[in-house]
Every structure is written in C-alpha cells, then in structure tokens.
Design a protein around this ligand. Structure first.
Ligand SMILES: [Zn+2]
Length: 312
C-alpha cells in the first residue's frame, strides 16, 4: 500500500447525501433490432444495399463530390489535376477502412460468430474505461479490450468532472455503466504528452471564457493547483507530466463524489483504478484506490493506493 501525500481536494460530505437512481433499463434499449432510417431492413434490401455499397468505387466517389458543387466549381475541379488527386486520396482512405472492416468481419466476427451473436443481444462488460480522445491512446489497442469487455468514454484529457459540475456525456456514461451495466471496475487512463493537460497547465486564470477547450479542461483545475504547488521548481514540460498523473488521481477522487459510485466502492462491489500510458517509451502504470485506507472524510484528503503495477 502506498499513500499519496495529501492532495488539495476537499470532498464536501454534502455530495454523499444526494441519491441519484435511474429506473430506465438501458440494456433493454440495445436489444431492439437495428433500424435504418426508422424501419427494419428485409434481407433482400440488405443484399441490395450491400451490392450498392460494393460498387461504390472511386468514380462514384468523384461523382458524389462533384454533384454537391455548383456547375462552375465542378468544371474547375475537372480541369485541376490536384483536385482529382485529393478526391482519389479521400476514396483511398475509405477503401482502406472498407478492407479493414471486411477483414474484421471475416477473421473476427465470422470466426467467433457465437460470441458476437451473444453480444448482439446484450453486453456485460467488467470495465468502464475513461481515456483521452487523443488518437494515440486507444484503450482497445493498448490493453487489448475486445468488443463487449470495456464500456468506454473518451474525452479531452480523460477528466472526470465532480458530481456538482452537473451533467456531461462523461457522467452520463458513468451512470449507465455503474447503475445499469453494473461494471466492477472503473479505470481512468492518463497518458504522456497530453495536449489537454498542456492546455490546462497553460491556461490563463482569466482566459477566453468562450473557448470550449478551456471550459472543459478547467474541470482539472485542482490537479493544476496541486501540481503548481509541489512542482513549481520543475520545467513546464515536467510540470505537465506531473499533472498528467495528478489529474488521474483527482479524477478518482471525483468519481467518489457520485453517491452511487461511492456506495458501491464502500461495499466492495466496485473498484476504481488509475492508469498511465507513456507512449514515448511504451510503459504502463496501474494503481488502485485503497478506499478503506484512504481518509476521504477530512478536509485534507489522504488518498491511499494499492496494487501498483508497472508494465514495461
Ligand atoms: Zn490527452
């Protein structure tokens, strides 16, 4: 067990008294047959759709792009080789995605048909994962989560807002994962060179309040404060690196501000974990909040962790 020195987060006991429940069983919603434009497709229609999609080649792509342009622009496009090159590039991207999808279908879906058919009826993931939107830190790619294993939300800087911040897509996903799917683990994954954390660390106190990025990353202001107080002697890059981990710990504490999360953690049916993926040297650290050993009721929170692992 390790104790992370007191962090400057005050957990207001008020948050623990509010109870939020949901009577909506969202799992049932996922059982509905897939619909396209509001109506179920018959198998013949699916075949036709498939054959139409198969014939979607580069010339079709060009036609679609050209048909959206006014005639003058279309004429100009036809005369410009670089315009054609752009269009071909676009088509290549989707050709590539098509091949990847068909390869997934052939080698994963069809070869594990029974499992995928089971998943089509319901999901029962053991993990809820909160990771950064950064294109380099896909949890499925780095931790090998397979379909059905991790209910995932990704946002800028993998932040969990506290309960009092009100609704966001992150806590909506948490509510569903914890109360409906009854996941047993929540894992918040931070990462190296995080642009969102850099934005948090470099934001002006009285900055542009119309910036969506600023208004989101300010959720991590306590992590920024504690980083500034303990790491002010370090370079800005090192401060950002410190804050990348510090913000994960603050997010773990923020998770406990949700009464329905705190209750399950207290009862031992839900564990909350932090993770840190360093993509510069490809290492992964994992730690688990030790709820029993943590002193979470005091003004100065003593946050204990256990089961620390370092994979390299
Ligand atoms: Zn990031």
């Amino acid at each position: 067990m390790a104790i992370i020195s007191p962090v400057s987060v005050s957990l207001d006991p008020q948050h623990f008294r509010t109870s939020v429940t949901t009577n909506i069983d969202l799992r049932r919603i996922s059982l509905k047959p897939p619909t396209i434009f509001g109506s179920k497709l018959e198998s013949r229609e699916i075949e036709q759709t498939h054959s139409r999609l198969s014939s979607f080649n580069s010339s079709a792509c060009l036609t679609m792009k050209a048909s959206r342009e006014p005639p003058g622009l279309t004429q100009e496009l036809n005369n410009k080789p670089e315009g054609l090159a752009d269009t071909e590039n676009e088509c290549d991207l989707f050709k590539n995605l098509k091949h990847r999808f068909l390869s997934f279908k052939k080698h994963k879906y069809m070869e594990n048909l029974e499992q995928y058919q089971k998943l089509a009826k319901a999901q029962a993931p053991k993990f809820m994962v909160i990771a950064c939107a950064d294109s380099r830190v896909c949890p499925s790619a780095i931790l090998g989560f397979q379909p059905g294993e991790a209910f995932t939300v990704r946002n800028v800087a993998n932040l969990v807002p506290p309960f009092e911040s009100g609704p966001s897509e992150t806590n909506a996903a948490l509510e569903f994962a914890v109360n409906s799917l009854e996941v047993e683990n929540i894992l918040v994954i931070g990462h190296s060179c995080c642009g969102g954390i850099r934005a948090l660390m470099s934001m002006e106190e009285e900055g542009d309040s119309s910036s969506f990025i600023r208004n989101w990353v300010v959720v991590g202001k306590n992590a920024r404060l504690s980083t500034k107080s303990v790491a002010s002697n370090l370079s800005f890059d090192q401060q950002c690196r410190h804050c990348e981990k510090e913000s994960v710990n603050h997010s773990l504490l923020n998770l406990l501000s949700y009464p329905w999360i705190e209750e399950k953690v207290r009862k031992g049916v839900l564990c909350i974990h932090g993770g840190y993926y360093d993509f510069v040297d490809c290492t992964f650290e994992k730690w688990t909040l030790d709820y029993k050993e943590s002193n979470l009721k005091e003004e100065s929170v003593e946050f204990s962790v256990k089961d620390q692992l370092f994979w390299c």
